[in-house]
Design a protein around this ligand. Structure first.
Ligand code: SME
Length: 155
């Protein structure tokens, strides 16, 4: 196993240990964002966009780490909106080449967005990680992030 995949496993264990006994989803998402953000050098912006129950066609900002994020993203727009609409993880090597990319911070160069589901399989939102360098995310990031989300999103 690569060093990066091994690191994702360690981080998953650390997140599980900190979250043990805590059921509040804001606390859980804030902790996931924080620990992941501070565990990997290639993470520049890290956080959740959540389906707004009052406006189901929009994602609204959730717990995050990094520079100021956009508050709302229409489902279907940008990388986050596409991942929500298609319910699949999207890796973008160069955000300048992704049609409709939403630049909340002009320094973002590559990105991974994974859909977030509750245990019943309903879409809760997305988890977005941006890097300020090109092509920083791959299949190992997708596998590591998806595993953490699957275990940590319990409501
Ligand atoms: N780049 C994202 C927008 C969110 S942020 O960069 C924090 C997108 O196109 O979905």
């Amino acid at each position: 196993m690569s060093a990066k995949s091994e690191r994702y496993r360690e981080v998953a264990r650390e997140i599980a240990a900190v979250l043990e006994g805590e059921r509040n989803m804001t606390a859980r998402m804030a902790t996931i964002s924080n620990i992941l953000h501070h565990s990997f050098d290639h993470y520049f912006w890290t956080g959740f966009y959540l389906v707004d129950p009052k406006k189901p066609g929009e994602l609204v900002i959730g717990p995050y780490q990094g520079s100021l994020g956009c508050l709302r993203i229409p489902i279907g727009k940008g990388v986050c909106g596409a991942a929500a609409a298609e319910r699949r993880t999207i890796v973008v090597e160069d955000v300048h080449e992704f049609a409709g990319h939403i630049a909340c911070d002009a320094r973002s160069r590559s990105e991974i967005v994974a859909p977030v589901f509750d245990p019943s399989g309903a879409l809760v939102g997305v988890f977005d990680v941006d890097s300020d360098r090109k092509a920083m995310f791959d299949e190992e990031d997708a596998t590591g992030i998806e595993a953490i989300l699957k275990d940590a999103i319990i409501d």
